[in-house]
Design a binder for this molecule. Sequence first.
Ligand SMILES: Nc1nc2c(c(=O)[nH]1)N[C@@H](CN(C=O)c1ccc(C(=O)N[C@@H](CCC(=O)O)C(=O)O)cc1)CN2
Ligand SMILES: [Mg+2]
Length: 286
Amino acid sequence: MTAATIISGKQISEEIRKGIALEVEQLSKQNIRPGLAVVLVGDDPASHVYVRNKEKACQDLGFYSEVHRLAAESSEDEVLALVDKLNAQASIHGILVQLPLPKHIREKAIIDAIAVEKDVDGFHPVNVGNLVIGDDSLLPCTPAGVIEMIKRTGIQIAGKHAVVIGRSNIVGKPVALLLQRENATVTMCHSKTHNMAEIASQADILVVAIGRANMIDASYVKPGAIVIDVGMNRLESGKLAGDVDFESVKEVSGPITPVPGGVGPMTITMLMQNTLLAAKRLNGLN
Ligand SMILES: Nc1nc2c(c(=O)[nH]1)N[C@@H](CN(C=O)c1ccc(C(=O)N[C@@H](CCC(=O)O)C(=O)O)cc1)CN2
Ligand SMILES: [Mg+2]
């Protein structure tokens, strides 16, 4: 068997970002500059890295950006007041509150407060509802990135059996809905599924977002299947591992994403794409 193709999120991101940069240049002729506000509460080191990467992506693409770094002990009311202010600010088209938030702040209260048309994370219940019924909405970034990567393999999604392992609100559920929208036949598995390897190994497209390092080995994978690994687990060694045991699975799978360098970089690229889309819509374009 020939070696599996590696789906590079880094490379696909670069291609998409070139297109975004061109659109930003076009919009500048109409005096429109996409603007993203990121709200970061607390000291989580990984979150600080992700937010810096978002800031850098904005700089690289010519977006306006604001990062609001708040102390860990900030109150829910303080965060809500900031979100209200950003909702009303004309230079801001996208608002992203970095998760996780400190325990004393209710994520739901904050997400619900973001203006639906500026919710570039696609986490607001109205955007989630529109996704469910198939209406236009801002799509959550990681799931949108997963679909983009599958499409770029050139393998048709329609009619295929897709299995999604994991049922979180931010990855598993929306990925399953988006695959269904692409006319795949979708099965969802989760931590309570009994015969997971048996089900997974029937998939033409396997998306894994279960949050357990290297759990999915070759016994879960049908020969030639597309495998998308959304997992990001920090090992004690400091190394980053996906949910898929890449070394064993790549021997049987078709196109497969690595970790790092797979789905991760796509998340930030899709955020830029959503912010561009929100900017266009808020300016009466699109
Ligand atoms: N409001 C949000 N919070 C969080 C989201 C989100 O989409 N919206 N997702 C994650 C964090 N995240 C973006 O915010 C994110 C995580 C990881 C990557 C990434 O590029 N990962 C690299 C590896 C980085 C490393 O070495 O640690 C990769 O996979 O190659 C991008 C974005 C949770 N919070
Ligand atoms: Mg889960």
